[in-house]
Ligand binder design. Structure first.
Ligand SMILES: [Zn+2]
Length: 103
């Protein structure tokens, strides 16, 4: 099987969605075609992935790209999401270490 599994969930059965194909509409916009990974469901969808803000400036900026810089609330939300992901990884590593000790 090929294609990436995103955290997007099928709105019908809640299994993961796989990107089957995508088409560039603009440097900031792609149309994506998605397929449910549940073979019993088999739903397919079309969606869009859009770049809406810069979180930090590029080291080699394209003069044709003019994006607003994310405001403080957006940046803070991204930091909090990263911190919660790190906590999840720490929990997994701790669980593995505990299981390793029991074996
Ligand atoms: Zn589904």
């Amino acid at each position: 099987m090929s294609g990436s599994v995103y955290k997007l969930r099928c709105p019908h059965c809640h299994h993961g969605l796989r990107v089957r194909n995508s088409v560039a509409m603009h440097p900031l916009l792609r149309s994506t075609y998605l397929q449910c990974t549940n073979v019993g469901c088999g739903a397919t969808f079309r969606g869009q992935m859009e770049i809406t803000h810069s979180m930090s400036p590029s080291g080699c900026p394209n003069p044709e790209i003019d994006l607003p810089l994310a405001d403080a609330a957006i940046r803070q939300a991204a930091i909090e999401r990263e911190n919660s992901k790190q906590m999840d990884i720490d929990d997994l590593l701790q669980d593995d270490a505990v299981q390793g000790e029991q074996v």
